[in-house]
Design a protein around this ligand. Structure first.
Ligand SMILES: [Zn+2]
Length: 454
């Protein structure tokens, strides 16, 4: 059996191969606009399938629609269990303005210690690390007890109906695992008491859309008193939304772990959570913002439309809000909040449409312990600290958790990663550090050896 150190040396020696693989993945323009036909992940899947075949690794490609491929690669274990799944998605969001990019967005340029391009950080970098881990374990001839599986799915950026959602509906056995690792989570963030803290994303907030319609009365704009102008109702609703005070809730275990990390004698409470968020925000903007997101529901107006003609008093208006819920906040809770906002507004009605239900895996599992050991080994440091966290967004993890796996979002950066450097996720100049690619490759190797080693 190989030791992690021997495999880490192999990873060091094949560093450029990993970088070239990521650059190759970026050059496939797997842009997902959300409107079919789109994504075009199949050519990338075929390319990876051939690469893996050359290593003697079997990979299947499941097509959910024409040109929408989902790749499933496996190193079979001698006993078949436990199963460890490395998740990823290969689709990327569109490039808005190519002229804002320092390097062409589908070039996979390597410069300044980084790899540049759409998908470089979300999340072809993680996919490349997962594939390199698989390839190196295979090359070393490591005998594993359980299966190590890599799934590179399509369509995450539009909700996964052609990706993990399709697999969950049509081939759920492919997603059955004991442990799974996906995007989100990670870090590192400088721990206020010294050392570095990594977050393990154990859960995701729920997401829904609130569609409000407001009804007034049309009239000629020259005699507005004959109508009931819906613009003023909209103004009132927007004012109430601006003043809406969400209930503050620090029951997520993150807050207790954070209080320990900070060495506080006082717990974090609903009364002091915003002050703590402000104080931490000056150390890490990401962490400060995360504290706010994990302690409340958000209810944010995003789209509104009214009026058909400049000389007509508008009679109806549509207002859409983005809503993000904490795990314990169910539909009845959301309805109570909305009804409070709309109370007394005549002609107001609303509907709720869920996009994602809040979901979570427990913290402090065997997987948590293995992640800690593997990260310490890959980083070569013993001073790492840990926090369970809840992401404000949602990922494919929500489609795998219900099938029984403990799923954590954990795509950590190198301990010395430049935290101030913008990753450009969903924006211009997306990039990731080459050092983090190598670090993740090592970490994923160590984790597989830890959980599946003979
Ligand atoms: Zn992503």
């Amino acid at each position: 059996m190989y030791t992690p150190d021997q495999l880490f040396r192999m990873a060091d020696e094949t560093r450029d191969e990993g970088i070239a693989l990521l650059a190759d993945l970026i050059r496939f323009e797997t842009v997902n606009t959300g409107v079919m036909p789109t994504g075009d992940e199949l050519p990338l899947c075929r390319y990876v399938q051939a690469r893996l075949a050359a290593e003697g690794i079997e990979a299947q490609v499941f097509c959910s629609a024409e040109n929408r491929g989902n790749l499933i690669a496996r190193l079979p274990g001698s006993l078949g269990a436990p199963r460890l799944l490395y998740m990823g998605h290969t689709d990327v969001v569109p490039v808005e303005n190519e002229r804002e990019w320092r390097y062409p967005p589908f070039s996979g340029a390597v410069a300044e210690g980084r790899i540049w391009g759409r998908g470089a950080a979300d999340m072809k970098d993680m996919v490349a690390a997962e594939l390199m881990a698989l390839i190196l374990l295979r090359r070393a001839g490591c005998a594993l007890k359980g299966d190590l599986i890599v799934i590179a799915g399509a369509d995450e950026e539009t909700g996964g109906a052609y990706g993990f959602g399709w697999l969950a509906a049509h081939a759920p056995e492919t997603l059955r695992a004991d442990y799974a690792i996906n995007e989100s989570g990670g870090g590192p963030i400088p721990a206020p008491g010294g050392g570095l803290a990594y977050t393990i994303q154990t859960g995701e907030k729920g997401r829904l859309e609130l569609h409000i319609t407001l009804q007034g009365q049309a009239s000629h704009a020259a005699s507005p008193w004959l109508g009931d102008n819906v613009a003023f109702k909209l103004g009132e609703v927007l004012r109430r939304l601006q003043n809406w005070q969400p209930e503050l809730d620090v029951s997520h275990e993150f807050f207790e772990h954070l209080a320990n990390l900070l060495g506080r004698s006082e717990p974090i409470t609903p009364q002091n959570v915003d002050a703590v968020a402000d104080a931490l925000g000056s150390v890490s903007r990401h962490l400060g913002s995360g504290l706010r997101g994990m302690s409340r529901m958000t209810l944010v107006p995003t789209i509104f439309a009214a009026g058909v003609k400049s000389n007509s008093v508008p009679a109806s208006c549509r207002l859409v809000c983005d809503v993000r819920t904490l795990p314990q906040q169910d539909e009845a809770y959301v309805r109570r909040q909305v009804e409070q906002v709309l109370v007394g507004i005549e002609g107001a009605a609303y509907e709720l449409t869920w996009t994602a239900i809040s979901n979570a895996s427990p913290y402090d599992t065997e997987l948590t312990a293995a992640i800690r050991r593997a990260t310490a080994a890959a980083a070569g440091r013993g001073d790492l600290r840990w926090l369970p966290s809840l992401t404000t967004g949602f990922t494919d993890s929500r489609l795998v958790r219900p099938l029984g796996a403990t799923v954590y979002g954990f795509s950590p950066g190198h301990p010395d990663a430049d935290l101030a450097h913008p990753a450009g996720v969903h924006g211009a100049n997306e990039s990731s550090e080459t050092a983090s690619l190598l670090f993740r490759t090592k970490l994923l190797i160590a984790l597989a050896l830890d959980l599946l080693g003979g």
